[in-house]
Each structure stands twice: as C-alpha cells, then as structure tokens.
Write a protein of this length. Structure first.
Length: 365
C-alpha cells in the first residue's frame, strides 16, 4: 500500500473542507473507531516483527499527519467563523443599555424573615402546619365552643368534605392549630412561633379573605404574665427598632387563654402616619390595639396532651400584614395582593438585604 499517496489524498480532502461539520465527518472517516486509518493500525497486530518494523512507522506517520492537519484546519475554520460573526454583529454604543430584569422581596416575606430573626434570638423555633385543617384542631382543641361566632359559615371557609373521623374540614382561621400539633408532637417545654397564611370571610381596606399571621407559644414550668410582657416588649422594640415602645395590657377574653389581655402600644401621628413610640398617655399620643395574648387556658394545655397542673404557658398572635403596614407606612391592605409592579418597586426589598439584629432587621430597597 502506498501510504504516502494515501496521506496526500487525505490532506487534500482536509484542506478542501468548507466548514466544521464537513471537517468532523472527515475526522470520523479517517480516525473514528471504524475509520480507514484506525483500521490500518489494527492490522499491525497480525504482522510479523519484520513487517511491523517496516510498516508501523509509515502508518503512525500517516495518523499523525492527518491528526495535525485536522487540528490546523479546525483552528482556521473557527477563526473564519469568528471573523464572520464579528463582521456581521455591530453594537450601537449610542443606544441606551438594555434594562436589567428587576425584582424585589414582598414586604410580607421580608417581615416574616424579620420575625424569624428576632424570635430565633429569643430562643424560639419556627413551626408550621397544614392550611387545610379539621375543626378539632382549629376550634375544639382551642376551647372554642360550638356556639362561638367564629365557627359560623359567614366567618369561616368550610369544605363539603369530612376527614376519616367525620370532622369538618376548613381553611384554618388562625395558626393556633400549629400550637396544638406542636404540643402533641413535641411535648414540653416548648417555645415556638407559627407564621403562615390564614383565611377568614372578610374583605375591606384593612381586611382580606387571606392574610398572614404569626402566633407564639411558650410552655414551661413557672411561666407567668410577666414573662409574656417582657417577651412582647423585647420583640416590638427589636421589630420597630425603637427603645421607646410602651405597652399597655388590657383585660380581654379569648377562649384559648385565661387570663387574656389585649396589648395596646403608644403612638403619635407624624406627617399623617401613625408612628409607634412613647406612652399613649403623653400629649399628642394615643393608644392603639396591636395584638392579643394571654396565659394558655388549662383546657388547651390538656388538649395538647400535657398536664396543666405541671405546665403553664403564654400565647400571643398578631397580623404580619398589619405589622408591615405600621412599620413601612402602607395604608391599604388590599394593595399587598394586587401584584402591582409599581407598588412592589416602591415598598419591596432588595433580595440581598437579609434581616439581622446587628445590621437592622428592615432596610427598604
């Protein structure tokens, strides 16, 4: 076989290749597993030592020559492709730069993160639970009687289905069922917050059918109302980033706590906005109801599988959306769910602004 002629013919075909696809086809034809030159290499094993010594260098020289020619032609074709692309693509530097996609963290998500950061520093864990609940966890276990208005169809979204035990199914009206589930699953002592979506049949400027709530629960031995007041004061001072937050506790009634207290906070009107801080009894100030709380009712502790003679605790709940409105100066709760990009651009947060107690838990984008 005339290896020199074969080499010249192969090199000529490689030099004539017009594009990278044609060049790749030639590489496979010559050097692929079933290629002609690969086939010649396989014949070396059947030759005598004298033949191999004579023919082997010629075959290897053929392979190396073809390999080098392929690499050189590939580099040449790639350069030609790049030159053609650069010649066809032009950039008008006088045009405005394309607008980068923009996004922001929703105020509710930001406040959720702020709450988790604050309560984590106080030793609380974050607990979650299902949004579709049964009426035992949502009402009965929380000492809410059958005659309570909250159980009415006009206040609660019920499903036509019942669970395996025949209990009515509904969209939870608060995150309190998470407290029951946590007590049953973990026992005591326990220290949790339960943030999440809740649902009630209500809609106006300050109420929506779906809103966000965070509830807190502490169960331990020797817990009293003083622990509750200190926890709420510490939380609100950290959240609103003011040391002059003053609380007023008023007696109230909730089925799941006894005693129950409404928590008012002092505020003043500044530039038409409510600004929390100072005593509500000071000149130009007033009191605003902010959240509900109290000592956990003995019946609720028992429903959670604990002995109320041994364990005591406190609970509290507040609307996350309301906290966001107060802290960041928003007036209409309905705008939270409109999906208006302009509103989100104004009130949203930079994704890199992760809340920290040292750096401030809230920094608007």
């Amino acid at each position: 076989m005339d290896y020199a002629s074969t080499r010249e013919a192969a090199l000529a075909r490689i030099a004539a290749a017009q594009d990278l696809d044609a060049l790749e086809a030639l590489r496979i034809e010559f050097l692929g597993k079933q290629g002609s030159i690969s086939g010649l290499l396989k014949t070396l094993g059947g030759m005598s030592p004298e033949e191999r010594q004579n023919v082997g260098p010629q075959i290897h020289a053929l392979r190396e020559g073809v390999t080098d020619a392929l690499a050189e032609r590939k580099s040449s074709l790639e350069s030609a492709v790049l030159e053609a692309r650069l010649a066809s693509e032009t950039v008008d530097l006088t045009l405005p730069a394309p607008e980068a996609p923009r996004g922001s963290v929703h105020p509710v998500s930001q406040v959720m993160d702020e709450l988790a950061e604050i309560f984590a520093d106080l030793g609380f864990a974050v607990a979650t639970g299902p949004e579709i609940e049964d009426d035992w966890h949502n009402f009965t276990a929380l000492n809410i009687p059958e005659s309570h208005p909250a159980r009415a169809m006009h206040d609660t979204f019920y499903f036509p289905d019942k669970d395996a035990e025949g209990r009515a199914m509904l969209l939870r009206t608060h995150t309190s069922p998470v407290q029951i589930r946590s007590m049953l699953a973990q026992g005591a002592p326990i220290r949790i917050i339960a943030p999440g979506r809740v649902y009630r049949s209500d809609s106006d400027a300050t109420h929506t059918p779906m809103f966000h709530q965070v509830e807190g629960l502490v169960i331990d031995k020797g817990i009293h109302l003083g622990h509750l007041k200190w926890t709420l004061e510490t939380f609100l001072k950290a959240f609103f980033e003011r040391e002059d937050i003053v609380l007023r506790l008023r007696p109230s009634y909730f089925p799941f706590t006894e005693p129950s207290v409404e928590v008012d906070v002092g505020f003043a009107i500044v530039n038409g906005k409510r600004v929390l801080g100072g005593s509500g009894d000071a000149p130009g100030h007033g009191w605003m109801e902010l959240l509900g709380s109290g000592m956990v009712n003995r019946k609720v502790i028992a429903a959670g599988g604990l002995d109320p003679d041994e364990w005591q605790g406190f609970a509290f709940g507040v609307g996350v959306d309301r906290l966001a409105m107060l802290k960041y100066g928003m007036d209409d709760l309905r705008a939270f769910f409109d999906g208006d990009a302009r509103w989100l651009s104004h009130y949203g947060f930079n994704p890199n602004d992760v809340p920290t107690l040292s750096g401030g838990v809230g920094t608007a984008a």
